[in-house]
Design a protein around this ligand. Sequence first.
Ligand SMILES: [Zn+2]
Length: 398
Amino acid sequence: MNIQGELAIQCCIVCSEVDFDKIILGKSLADASDFRYLNERCTKFCYELTSCKKCGHVSIQTDNPCWLPTRKYDFIKYGEPTEHYPFVAEILKSLEIDFSDASIHTFSYKDFQLANFLRAQLGIDDANLVDWLGCSDDWLPTTQTGTSVTEPQPLRGFFSEIEKSAKTHKIVLITRFFDHVANQELLKKMISVASSTVHVVFDLNDYERLFALGTLEFIWNERRNLFRRLHLGHILTRENQRFSIFTYESREVSPTLTGVISHLLPKCDENCQTSTPNLNNSDLCTRLTSLRNRWSKHLINNHKLGIIGASHKGISLAQFILDSGTIYSLHDDKEILRYKKAPVSSPLGFHSVSGFDFSDYTHIAITTTLTIAAKIVPKLRAGGYRGEILDFDCHKLD
Ligand SMILES: [Zn+2]
């Protein structure tokens, strides 16, 4: 940040303009997945939610120089949707390549399940399951020579693995890369890997659908680009790529936007988005302000709030929705999080859910998936809890 406390503005990753509607998420926030061992300090940065006034692309800007946020330890793991895998296999089959002469390359642990699925479905023997993204600060560009910044070592390893493959065709998996990438050159470099022999499979949340659903629970400070289909298509076209994109929605997972980038795909109308799409989304900042107001009106004097679910949603609620005077505790039963330090300092501490006495709490926020919430609510009521039970968006859950 500069001395006025303002972030140095980066241009829009979609249209290169620098005029944004923006709202500060927080001036000193740890990454949402930054659970650490007790004796470690975490680094904090300023984060702003921005909406481009020209094209409507929504992004998170920050003074965190990291090229791509990584989880801090391998005990942090998030489940990703898998039901759309058969559609990915169908697109790859349409390329009509010889899969016995193809290799699979993963970018992070999030790709392993898809890699195993494609290996079985397409009969590919040569699958390289490597978590190049890893859990380290390698993605912070600390080594500078003159004006050029040295690429993170894992990135070089990833590209070198693809180059060295002896197979004619390479299938590269980059699950959740597009919404997390924080460096525009890295984004371009990843896209430019796709060719007539390298085929890139991506997926991310379908932010268009999530915006339409009205919830703000998908915003967290490690997701830097809330891409919509047309915006992503525009970038891919600008980088001279052909692609096939589809959206997928089910009751089990959040809406997903996924696809394949490959020169072997036919050129279709969607591949010709040369003019910048204008998808105005300026009300997102207003909606965030309204949600903050809704929570602060709800939590009046003598409130006591328990947040159940210390995943990114619970952390984001505490970090940039609740005001600084909120008296709350954070709760999670995951064994791996026991005795860890959470990314937020809850005034009432970080505890388990089971066995905890919520009887003097006025409110409970459940920020788990709806399926898990549906099991927790009746248990709380059966145990005699009489306060309000709310979701991330401050709506009653029963
Ligand atoms: Zn823009």
